[in-house]
Design a binder for this molecule. Sequence first.
Ligand code: GTP
Ligand code: MG
Length: 361
Amino acid sequence: MKTGIIGLPQVGKTSLFRILTGAKLEEHGYSNPREAHIGVARVPDERLEKLSALYSPKKTTFANVEYVDVAAIGQEALKESAYLGNLRNVDALIHVLRAFEDDAIPHVGPIDPLRDIKNVEFDLMLSDLGQVEKRLERVEKDLRKMRSSELEQEHALLLRSKEALEKEQPLRELEMTPEEKKLIKGFMFLSQKPMLYVLNVGESASLGADLETAVSRFKLDSVAHRPNAGATAICGKVEAELAEMEDEEAADFLSSYGLKESGLVRLIRKSYELLGLISFFTAGEDECRAWTVPTGAKAPQAAGVIHTDLEHHFIRAETIRWDALLEAGSEAAARARGTLRLEGKEYVVQDGDVLHIRHSG
Ligand SMILES: Nc1nc2c(ncn2[C@@H]2O[C@H](COP(=O)(O)OP(=O)(O)OP(=O)(O)O)[C@@H](O)[C@H]2O)c(=O)[nH]1
Ligand SMILES: [Mg+2]
């Protein structure tokens, strides 16, 4: 899964990218600011850490999310094909919004995240609209030559998209059947991607409480509740300091701000929710590992994420919730208690399941 980090100039995109991925500026050769930077972040997961403590495996593997840091967004940038290509290729977007006060760092007028959202969304929609219109022309030409139900379906969907964009409704808010989604997928429309708005707030003594209330303080409640969108807040400055600390020091630092956990944990969790992703685990003496599947995935699909052969030769999945396994103390004990179940091909995997795939391969 790939998430693009976008936003106006100097709002803290690169800072957030660095904190998320632990990337150092030098390593990525930031000499060319127009270039996109790609980094991998580990998805923090306490459940996996606890499973790992039970099994003491040789290796513990967390799930990963890829982040792409691009140059500041704007109508000019969106005309560059390399820039556009980088953005089209992601599965979701994080829009970083300036919410911190600092006279030394310029911004377009007073702090107003809602205005910035409107402007950036407008640019995204304008880019999509250009693409929709171009394709519509082509489809209409083809339809005059020959009618086909597939083309007609695409035509109707494009018209619907055009209508939405013209009234400034991002495509992520359009309701689509799975079939329509498939039809439109190839365009990789920017305004169709799930969007997480991230307020980059200033440092304060009551940061814990300030982060909690930031979304409503900056009037983002309504945008956060729109389809396929969400909002959260982070303090880039504090996170950057946290990233440099050892665990114990970090815990003290967090509590001095009235925080329970690093904002990154919340941020990554939010992007998971937004994308409709869940985690399941495999646990053993060799490796304890977290895997990612879309909500609603059935057991064979989950098996396929581990290895394609496992999907083809899937028989059953021994299944138990991570906490039930911890409570029992071992798979054998769980089996004896009857909390370890055998699930078949139609089983819908639940967030936090520990699976052991039985296969015929
Ligand atoms: N006071 C304050 N400054 C910040 C914060 N986050 C970032 N900055 C500063 O803002 C400036 C821009 O940060 P970047 O992370 O480079 O912002 P960016 O969005 O990647 O900028 P461009 O890529 O040039 O558009 C830097 O000088 C940062 O130190 C913050 O939370 N508080
Ligand atoms: Mg940057």
